[in-house]
Design a protein around this ligand. Sequence first.
Ligand code: NAD
Ligand code: TDX
Length: 334
Amino acid sequence: MRVLVTGGAGFIGANFVLRTLSQRPDVQVTVLDKLTYAANPATLAPVAERIELVTGDIADAELVDGLVAGTDLVVHFAAESHNDNSLADPSAFVQTNLVGTYSLLEAVRRHDVRYHHISTDEVYGDLDLDDPARFTEHTAYNPSSPYSSTKAGSDLLVRAWVRSFGIAATISNCSNNYGPFQHIEKFIPRQITNVLTGVRPRLYGDGRNVRDWIHVDDHNDAVWTIIDRGQIGETYLIGADGEVDNRTVVETILDLLAQPTDAFDFVTDRPGHDRRYAIDSTRLRTELGWRPQYVDFRTGLAATIAWYRDHPDWWQPNKHTVEAGYAATEKIIG
Ligand code: NAD
Ligand code: TDX
């Protein structure tokens, strides 16, 4: 089977490629990635001989057409993925997340190729901290940020292409991922690498916002489950019952790194900051039989901390630039 993985040099896509090569010897992988700031080609270096890496843009219709024509399956991870960047400048989010997805959909329509679309729970907006509800496949779309609205728009394009043109597509909406190879602009690796470099972790606002954490390997196993057994045209929510507030995440990181658990700062809040995400993944579990392997967040976090401690060469070259970017807008408030 030939698989085209878009965004395969980023966090989740690269983990998907590595896991696929180790678990599915029958799969031939081609990665299409623009190698933006978010990509790290070093992640794929150990498997460079076993994959084809095409450097290019998913919005390049001609390039995409040729690659899709020669594949059996497209797994579409490529995106501009960071909310804070989308607030500073939304243009790349519209171009990649909307126009790029459109270009892939047109190619899979022309060549009748199976397509799996990777998306996020942020398309549903947020929940109050005391709301007993969780997101399901029936929750109405209500995105808050330029990032989440462009992801929501891309999901709606997929649904329309299924209904209007009959493409063979599935969609998954997953909660917050953590694990190795995540860019240090994101919350968990930013705080781990802050502590490792002697900087105090930074909590936005009051630190009570809740995210529903899932290990990246569990996400990618669910993606293969949906590709193997999901119903064409359907959406599946992926989550591992991992709701934790941001302050508790930071306190756990400090504790695991043998630091005082109050050695962090509160900084200016993110505009429009979603309060809480929570996924009900009953459908994926009951209909397709998927189960997460990482059920204890502290254990998964400890393994992730160990990975960043053991791989400074992977992240250190970016640390100064990422923190200088945050310093331009972030003020300590407590
Ligand atoms: P990432 O930012 O780490 O990686 C994105 C990759 O896409 C990078 O390698 C980048 O170079 C590539 N890319 C960006 N624009 C491109 C373009 N125009 N053409 C080709 N390649 C391009 O992101 P991630 O965290 O790995 O997220 C992957 C996917 O999973 C995204 O679709 C995201 O919306 C979704 N998702 C992420 C999370 C999360 O917690 N990180 C949760 C749910 C869903
Ligand atoms: O320094 C920080 N301090 C802080 O308190 C950063 C970078 C973040 N935060 C907070 C904001 C969020 O409440 O931590 C939480 C997680 O922040 P991010 O890592 O930026 O993730 P989030 O905005 O929740 O979005 C992530 O999950 C869903 C991914 O980046 C998206 O691509 C995915 O769709």
